[in-house]
Design a protein around this ligand. Structure first.
Ligand code: HEM
Length: 525
């Protein structure tokens, strides 16, 4: 807690925080109710964009990185847009400290989607870590993630092959053709997510070709208040996406179809969870989580947490690869092929563990572009938040918000190249301690990269699987291709990456020429 100090003569000294930083008033203001949140929303979505929205306000307040700002969507979707934004690596830590922030209902920030979208239940990710239902549900998710870890690499290998067979076919369809990665990723990563988590028939077979579109529609009904540049002109988008809630009944049938799929494919997980709950607590009169509630949680886990994350994360991986160019591609290919020389085998998790440049590349992607950029939590009590140079008093009940890319690109932690993508940043560390110190501040999983999900914290239980998938993506790409060219168009949620050429690995091409491989295409500009 902050304290006042007096010198020998009895003069009052400025208030200092526990670590000796001057305690300052939080700069910034919320402006005129209704009108200022509305104006700020336009700045945020259209006139400035998220990053500039925060950077311009930091500059306006003399470099202060703890600020009072409004966060969209504002009127009429959220009752209260006011937050205390923490915008550097040090102050951001408050959001990862479960003893200081209450995360009940804060997943989407200043608004809460209708529970009708989740079968009437409040999914795990919306529960605070201190809620006993959180522990009961999280236990199931942690066990599931651990039990299915060995399915990640083979399932990803299948999805990768399907994605890039489709990309190659599109590129080969006519001269000058291009192929958008996001479109194929969206389709095949849903199948991957379900295969990795549950096995059984993938959604594209069980539900049909429209499965990914149905999943996407359900996500859009939850997140439309935060979407931007999806509909033109923006005035129409303002009206349709940012003014009122899209009625859940419009997605009811799609959600019912998805839920029926998961009831079938995840039946074993639901049965095991019931048995396990009895084993954990033998005298209990009832299982802690009713089967129906767990089922809706599994739908949320698979589509929102996992698929939603991969849908954003993998385009960022490919984006940074595209920008890195042929020299880095050659280094990656050499590293990958030294470990997995033969095409046609599954690249395993222990294979990618032996690839320092690949590992570094993926951590750097997660540092530069944490796929979930926003974190929120409500102060459990009056508290002092410290940035690098000052401390700020936050009152109990105030909503804290962190824009993660500013925290994970902080030059005070990552050095003068903190805002640049440095592929071998984590491979070039002088020793393991130095790497660990940096990884402490890679927090895309809502916790440090050196930490782990527990029943009592809010860290992502899919963390290890996600990092593995990133590594597998890079390894699979550079086993199959020598290099590639793609254009990148930044957009608010995920970058749009469009391949214009893929150059098959020389070994794979000659194998194909010899008739060992039936679908090799060497596509060049
Ligand atoms: C690229 C993919 C993924 C990303 C970017 C991601 C990111 C995150 C983040 C940021 C959170 C914390 C949200 C918050 O409270 O602010 C979270 C929570 C969660 N994630 Fe992941 N995740 C991904 C994949 C997965 C996978 C594969 C699983 C499957 C096990 C998973 C399961 C969960 C669950 C259950 C939670 C809620 C944890 C809790 O409330 O205690 N996620 N994830």
């Amino acid at each position: 807690m902050a304290s006042k100090r007096a010198n020998a003569a009895g003069d009052e000294q400025p208030k200092l925080s526990p670590s000796g930083l001057p305690v300052r008033e939080i700069p910034g203001s919320y402006g005129v109710p209704f009108f200022s949140p509305l104006r700020d929303r336009l700045d945020y979505f259209y006139f400035q964009g998220a990053e500039e929205y925060f950077r311009s306000r930091i500059a306006k307040h003399g470099g202060a990185t703890v600020l009072r700002v409004n966060m969209p969507p504002g009127p009429f979707l959220s009752g209260d847009s006011r937050v205390v934004a923490v915008l550097d690596a040090r102050s951001f830590r408050v959001l990862l400290d479960d003893s200081r922030v209450d995360k009940d209902g804060t997943l989407d920030g200043t608004f809460m989607p209708s529970l009708a979208l989740f079968g009437g239940h409040r999914p795990l990710a919306f529960l605070d870590g201190a809620d006993p239902r959180h522990a009961a549900l999280k236990r199931v998710m942690i066990r599931l993630a651990a039990a299915r870890m060995h399915h990640v690499a083979p399932a990803f290998g299948v999805a990768f092959a399907a994605t890039f067979d489709a990309v190659e076919a599109e590129l080969a369809s006519c001269a000058g053709a291009a192929s958008e990665f996001n479109k194929h990723n969206m389709r095949h990563m849903l199948d991957f997510t379900c295969a990795a988590l549950f096995g059984g028939k993938p959604p594209s077979k069980a539900i049909g070709d429209g499965a990914a579109a149905k999943a996407y529609k359900w996500l859009a009904f939850q997140l439309h208040p935060l979407a931007s540049k999806a509909i033109r002109p923006w005035l129409l988008e303002e009206l349709l996406l940012h003014t009122f809630r899209l009625p859940p009944f419009l997605v009811r049938r799609d959600y019912a179809e998805l839920t029926a799929y998961f009831a079938d494919v995840a039946a074993g997980v639901l049965d095991d969870a019931e048995k396990q709950a009895e084993a954990d607590d033998p005298g209990a009169a009832a299982v802690p989580v009713p089967r129906d509630e767990l089922l809706h949680n599994l739908v949320f886990l698979a589509i929102f947490n996992a698929y939603g994350g991969y849908k954003i994360f993998l385009p960022h991986v490919v984006k940074w690869l595209a920008r890195s160019g042929p020299e880095l591609h050659a280094r990656l290919a050499a590293e990958v092929r030294a470990v997995v020389p033969r095409p046609g085998t599954t690249i395993t998790l222990s294979d990618v563990e032996k690839m320092p440049l690949v590992k570094s590349f993926v951590w750097e992607t997660l540092r530069m572009n944490p796929p979930v950029e926003f974190q929120y939590g409500r102060a459990r009590r009056d508290t002092v938040v410290e940035s690098h140079d000052a401390a700020y008093e936050v009152k109990k009940g105030e909503l804290l918000f962190g824009y993660q890319p500013l925290a994970t690109r902080d030059e005070r932690v990552f050095g003068h190249r903190g805002r640049e993508f440095v592929p071998d940043r984590f491979a070039a560390c002088s020793d393991d301690d130095e790497r660990r110190r940096l990884l402490e501040h890679v927090v895309w999983s809502n916790g440090p990269e050196t930490g782990a999900a527990t029943e009592g914290n809010k860290q992502c239980p899919g963390k290890d699987a996600v990092v593995a998938v990133g590594r597998l993506m890079v390894a699979e790409l550079f086993r199959r291709y020598d290099t590639f060219v793609a254009t990148v168009e930044e957009s608010p949620v995920e970058p749009v990456v469009t391949f214009t050429s893929l150059t098959r690995a020389a070994a794979a091409s000659s194998a194909a020429a010899a008739g060992d491989h039936d679908s090799v295409v060497v596509v060049k500009p």
